[in-house]
Design a binder for this molecule. Structure first.
Ligand code: FAD
Length: 506
């Protein structure tokens, strides 16, 4: 029992299986935020290694870095990270067309009516510029400029940012941090488990050399193996391949081609999937996410070698996965976080976010006096399911909202039946330009609007109020907004210059 604890209470012994991004984020998060409630041990095997991809993130990651008390500039330097203002989607709606999904809003609400209704009215009158012209994040990304948003309510505060980092450096960085705040690390391969004969809970991980790591709560971060949740507890897998047919990736890092570093990720649609370009400080990450039902691994490797800009820094590496999630992420006293609980392809860089949210929910619902309340477990599963389902729907939208008919892959995704939850959202948009409101979780209005409009899915009608005003005044007001956006962007430093300045500050 820990000395600081009141008599009769002891800390919960948390054992994390796996030392990838998910494992170290979990261990560091719990050790940092629940120091009086939990002792944290982590088991990892260097022989098995980590998946080692996952370079693009969402703005939420900043909250995690901040909560841990990590200095952003030091973190960015250690992981060779760049800033990310959004994702540039190319050829998704139609070949030759592109749009940026920004981490930020388009215009601003006026008299209780969302900006996109004004834009749709201008569009109807043939007076609209591209929607992205009214977003500071889009304009800054297009100009390769960056600076953090203002902390006020001005136009300069209307965007957010995330990081693009070297995944092989992020894990070790968080590991160092975790060790420094008391996470106990065990190196070795788990070969079996001990379980309580009465309730079936896991009581210890048994390593190859016979060591036993005992615990009260086990977090399965063993990656695609899902050793505890999948293999041992046989938690059912919900397969989403019929909606998200990509099940492989060919990843290949390259050198940079120009001195400029783009502050955004690029996703370019391909005949059997799409390919990413993620600019880091020292290299460009490239990969082709594809459906193995349509092309072979060899064909995908050839395609990525042909498409990648810059000098290859390694041969293409194939990663295999299945889209979907475990029916329950928390079963008995085992919680799956990261790839062990589910996987959705990296089209919107959501995997690390999903791990982060699972950690946040676990901390909120942590069994404070050691005993797991089944209601907390059920709530955790409800929240994690909600996150997965919303991400799934948003990803499917990128495939389904297309006019492409140039390959079997695109014909399938364009014509497939989508989940009911997405069908409802599509109907809401098509009929009235409305977006389902979320108070938490991903993704907010601007994200859906970016994809709908960017991929050419315009609604049948929109709010009538913008049409009641003077059209000339509306056009002038939006033009003033555009000018203000350009002024803000003009005052921002070049992305690479900004990175250099931050590194020099250390
Ligand atoms: P892993 O990294 O696989 O770690 C598993 C750990 O478990 C390892 O330490 C391993 O040694 C340990 N382990 C397993 N079995 C045992 C055992 N028997 N004994 C002891 N230890 C064991 N996410 C994003 O957010 N953005 C992206 O851009 C992105 N791109 C991706 C691209 C691809 C192609 C893929 C496949 C994934 C991508 N992801 C992305 C997802 C991201 O890589 C993962 O979410 C993240 O790395 C977390 O992985 P993990 O820690 O769950 O698993």
């Amino acid at each position: 029992m820990s000395e600081e604890m009141p008599a009769g209470r002891r800390k919960v012994r948390v054992v994390v299986l796996g030392g990838g991004t998910a494992g170290w984020m979990t261990a560091a998060g719990i050790a940092k935020l629940l120091p009086d409630l939990a002792d944290v041990a982590l088991v990892e095997s260097e022989d098995i290694g980590i998946v080692g991809v996952g370079e693009a993130t969402l703005p939420h990651i900043r909250g995690f870095v901040e909560t841990l008390g990590i200095d952003e500039a030091a973190f960015m330097k250690a992981t060779h990270a760049t800033y990310k203002l959004g994702i540039d989607f190319r050829d998704f709606g139609r070949i030759g067309e592109s749009y940026i999904h920004p981490f930020g809003s388009f215009g601003e609400e006026l008299r209780g009516v969302s900006f996109h209704h004004y834009w749709l009215e201008l569009q109807r009158q043939g007076l609209a510029r591209p929607l992205g012209d009214y977003s500071l994040a889009v304009a800054a990304a297009q100009a390769n400029r960056f600076r953090p948003p203002a902390q006020d309510t001005s136009l300069a505060s209307t965007y957010g940012y995330a990081y693009q980092f070297d995944a092989t450096l992020f894990g070790p960085f968080i590991r160092e941090f975790g060790l420094s705040i008391g996470v106990e690390r065990h190196e070795g391969k788990v070969t079996s488990l001990d379980r309580d004969s009465a309730d079936g809970d896991v009581t210890a991980l048994v390593l190859e050399d016979g060591r036993r790591i005992e615990g009260d709560l086990f977090v399965d971060c063993s990656g695609f193996r899902s050793l505890l949740l999948g293999q041992e507890l046989k938690e059912e897998w919900e397969d989403w391949t019929h909606w998200l047919p990509c099940d492989r990736a060919a990843a290949m890092p390259c050198s940079h081609v120009t001195d400029d570093i783009r502050p955004y990720t690029t996703a370019t649609a391909m005949p059997a999937g799409w390919r990413w370009q993620i600019p880091l400080q020292h290299r460009m990450g490239n990969g082709y996410v594809f459906s193995s039902a349509q092309i072979s691994e060899e064909e995908a490797c050839e395609a990525i070698m042909g498409a990648a800009e810059g000098e290859p820094l390694a041969d293409p590496r194939i990663l295999r996965f299945r889209p979907g999630r475990r029916r329950h992420s928390w079963s008995h006293n085992v919680i799956g976080v990261g790839l062990a609980s589910g996987f959705l392809e990296p089209l919107e860089s959501t995997s690390i976010y999903l791990a982060q949210m699972a950690i946040t929910y676990l901390i909120e619902l942590f069994p404070q006096d050691g005993a797991i309340d089944p209601r907390d477990r059920a709530e955790f599963n409800r929240l994690v399911d909600m996150e997965y389902d919303r991400v799934r729907d948003f990803l499917i939208l990128h495939y389904h909202a297309t006019t492409r008919d140039d390959s079997e892959f695109w014909n399938h995704v364009r014509t497939m039946t989508v989940p009911d939850s997405l069908a409802d959202k599509l109907e809401l948009w098509r009929k009235a330009a409305r977006i389902e409101k979320y108070s938490d979780g991903l993704f907010y209005d601007a994200s859906w609007i970016a994809v709908y409009v960017g991929q050419g899915m315009l609604p049948e009608r929109h709010d009538t109020r913008p049409a009641l005003g003077n059209p000339q005044q509306l056009a002038q007001a939006t033009e003033r907004l555009r000018e203000a956006v350009l002024r803000e962007v003009g005052a921002m430093p070049n992305h690479r210059e900004y990175l250099r300045g931050e590194a020099a500050r250390l």
